[in-house]
Design a protein around this ligand. Structure first.
Ligand code: ZN
Length: 260
């Protein structure tokens, strides 16, 4: 049996047996991991308190070869986001974020950029819960990018010419963005303002993206939400086939905020 000690963010839990839970975490050392926490539902269990969803914990587990479920042994709270769970909309948004991480991440595959992204987004939600939808758009764009599914937003996927202020951009069925001439106007049009908004996600930390987004018209927020939904929908439809062939090649360069 091997012991692993790592920072991990609890994504989802299920009750199991009389007093146990199945816990799904995003860990720094091993990516998405599923484990059994024995006895953690007993009254006043500190172990259980550290395994509430969206808690960042210092987690220790044992793993056996060829067993998908690890055995969770110790959990210490590093940062609790418990205060966020009182608002229904926030809770729904967090659960959505956790589900996307699970859907997009092959189990037991460490991804430090993804780990930092999720923690930075949680911090941003902590600071401005009312802006959770803006943080979720930022998260979606980065998740797509880190997993290799974000189309190139700077140049045409066919003729490779850089998009200019006047080029129309059209997204085709294969998630490729093309110029007007290559696409001949086929596919969904991407507005200039949306391009600028998408680029903004690549340059700044989530808090700053949220602040800058307050200046952006609601129509652009809707357009961005529609685009990310479209991209995520198509990726999830075909993900099993592509899962092993796509590798993240970009770094999540934005510094995660310092925890207070
Ligand atoms: Zn082109």
């Amino acid at each position: 049996m091997a012991t692993v000690e790592t920072e991990a963010l609890v994504l989802r839990t299920y009750n199991f047996g009389e007093a146990d839970k199945i816990v799904v975490v995003l860990s720094q050392a091993a990516g998405v991991v599923r484990g059994v926490a024995n006895g953690c539902r007993k009254l006043k269990s500190r172990f259980g308190a550290a395994l509430e969803p969206f808690t960042l914990t210092k987690l220790t587990w044992y793993e056996k070869e060829n067993k998908e479920l690890v055995s969770l042994r110790q959990a210490e709270i590093i940062k609790s986001h418990f205060d966020l769970s009182s608002q229904a909309e926030t809770l729904t948004g967090l659960a959505y974020m956790g589900d996307l991480v699970i859907e997009f991440s092959p189990p037991h595959e460490a991804n430090d950029n993804l780990f930092r992204l999720v923690n930075a987004c949680l911090e941003a939600i902590d600071q401005a819960p009312a802006d959770i939808q803006l943080v979720l758009r930022y998260f979606e764009i980065w998740l797509l990018r880190l997993q290799g599914y974000l189309p190139d937003i700077r140049r045409c996927g066919e003729c490779h010419q850089e998009f200019t202020d006047t080029s129309g951009i059209f997204l085709n069925q294969n998630l490729v963005m093309r110029c007007r001439s290559c696409s001949q106007g086929q596919g969904s049009a991407v507005s200039r303002k949306l391009q600028i908004q998408m680029r903004a996600t690549q340059k700044v930390a989530p808090q700053n993206f949220v602040k800058a987004s307050h200046e952006v018209p609601a129509s652009v927020h809707r357009e961005l939400a529609e685009l990310t939904q479209q991209l995520i929908g198509r990726v999830l439809e075909r993900q099993p086939r592509l899962r092993s062939t796509f590798q993240s090649s970009v770094a999540f360069e934005v510094q995660a905020p310092v925890q207070s």
